[in-house]
Design a protein around this ligand. Structure first.
Ligand code: SF4
Length: 459
């Protein structure tokens, strides 16, 4: 009998992709996805522990699920991902209605873990981390180069997909839980990645985003080819960019300390690689970067930006910033503002520092008071918004290639190669996945507007 499952995903794109893989593996074990939590026989919470807020939401959802389970005792509940990894047994002690706790290296085996929980008539907690962990193949093997070997979860209307190329991280930035929750860095087999992208493209996917915590170090800690020959991230990009009919290639995320010139050159040399780079800086102060254990200086960061813009002048650069890191003074924060003025990021994700369990920064002295963090964050965001608007205004009147994502009332929501969201007016019907050239007519802080067809009205 087919059972239904519902997945709620928290956090980053890595988690989005992990949820797709979980759905695929459940689909192979006679489960079907439902979009209604109340209809599900199995509910999976794929969790994130980077910020306290996401973790609180998981706990409150688990409280809600306890009530559903009281009325429907056959309901199975699984907590997967980073909170599962971090909390382990504590989670089932606090929440005894949870059936499976699947840590980050166990998310691909949910059906087996559920069967084990059933057999042992009690919760199954799987959170062991292994340094020799091998990321499994994600594509069902249904025959050589058969289009039927597309992942079971691929929907007709999905033209943009994530592909995980590595898991874990070896960098130990002092504020970050990832090395503890996702384990040591493991790169995925090159051939598996190529096969997965190839299957996706043959199924109609046009845009691929390669995912990893620090893609720059792909292939540096374990063998990724069957004969043991090395393959760096730029070499992987070159191989993937060479796959027939792949129109757009992106990747995320990169630690600046491992950014090579060879990688920056790819933006000039690989036509399908989109001109967009997310390069997290975190702070403009060398003293703060040192306390964060980021292992680069602001001078080095600015040098990298110059080289990158030299290879690809149209590149759109975004970043992450943490304000109010322990010990951050007004002078340190002024240096972050100065960096924003000199680099003029196209956009940024900025956050107030918050203590996270298990991180080294938890023990650092001189915590910044909440009001100061809030004030610094709002000053940073206000200025970033102004700069984003100034930079976006420069696109007005230009032609840009966009891919249609979906129809939103009167406009089409599309994505440019620069990764801008573009709301497009068109008198002609546009298909999701269609790639068209549009004229940018209006700029906002976070998106652009455009017209497809003749006589654009430019504001
Ligand atoms: S590079 Fe630093 S911030 Fe990024 S995942 Fe690794 S430890 Fe966390």
């Amino acid at each position: 009998m087919t059972r239904s499952f519902y997945i709620k995903t928290f956090g980053c794109q890595m988690n989005d992709r992990d949820s797709e893989i979980m759905a695929q593996s459940l689909g192979e074990h006679d489960y079907a996805e439902t979009l209604q939590v109340d209809d599900a026989d199995l509910v999976i919470l794929n969790t994130c522990s980077i910020r306290a807020k996401a973790e609180q939401k998981v706990m409150s959802l688990l409280g809600y699920l306890r009530k559903i389970k009281q009325k429907k005792p056959e309901l199975k509940i699984c907590v997967a991902g980073c909170v599962a990894q971090q909390e382990g047994k504590r989670l089932v002690e606090k929440m005894p209605h949870v059936d499976v706790v699947a840590g980050t290296q166990h998310i691909y085996h949910i059906p087996q873990l559920l069967a084990e929980a059933q057999r042992q008539n009690g919760p199954r907690v799987a959170v062991e981390l292994s340094d020799s962990y091998a990321i499994p193949r994600f594509i069902p093997d249904t025959g050589p180069s058969s289009p039927a070997s597309a992942p079971a979860t691929l929907q007709e209307t999905e033209f943009s997909r994530f592909v995980t190329i590595m898991q874990g991280c070896n960098n130990y930035c002092t504020y970050c839980v990832v090395p503890y929750t996702r384990g040591r860095e493991v790169s995925r087999n090159l051939k598996d990645i190529e096969d997965e992208v190839d299957v996706l493209v043959k199924s109609g996917v046009r845009e691929i985003t390669l995912l990893g915590q620090n893609v720059n170090s792909y292939g540096s800690t374990n063998a990724v080819t069957d004969d043991g020959s090395p393959c760096s991230f730029p070499q992987l990009l070159e191989r993937i960019a060479g796959i027939d009919n792949l129109q757009r290639l992106r990747f995320t995320t990169s630690n600046p300390k491992d950014l090579s010139e060879e990688l920056m050159r790819c933006f000039r040399d690989l036509p399908s690689l989109c001109p967009q780079f997310h390069l997290p800086v975190q702070s403009g102060s060398n003293a703060v970067l040192k306390k964060m254990n980021r292992k680069y200086s602001i001078e080095k960061y600015k040098y990298l930006v110059d080289v990158l813009r030299n290879y690809c002048p149209e590149i759109v650069l975004t970043t992450d910033v943490i304000v109010g890191f322990p010990g951050e003074t007004e002078e340190d924060f002024a240096q972050t503002m100065a960096l924003l003025e000199s680099v003029r990021f196209d956009g940024s994700f900025s956050f107030k520092y918050s203590d996270r369990p298990g991180t080294a920064s938890l023990a650092l002295p001189d915590k910044v008071p909440e009001e100061q963090k809030a004030s610094r964050l709002s000053r940073f965001q206000r200025r970033q918004d102004e700069i984003s608007l100034e930079r976006n205004t420069m696109y007005i009147g230009e032609m840009h290639e966009v891919m249609v994502e979906k129809r939103d009332t009167e406009k089409y929501r599309c994505r440019a190669r620069t990764n801008h969201v573009v709301h497009v007016r068109s008198e002609e019907y546009l298909e999701p996945g269609q790639i068209v050239d549009v004229t940018i007519t209006h700029a906002g802080q976070h998106s652009l507007q455009a017209q497809y067809g003749s006589n654009p009205i430019i504001s």
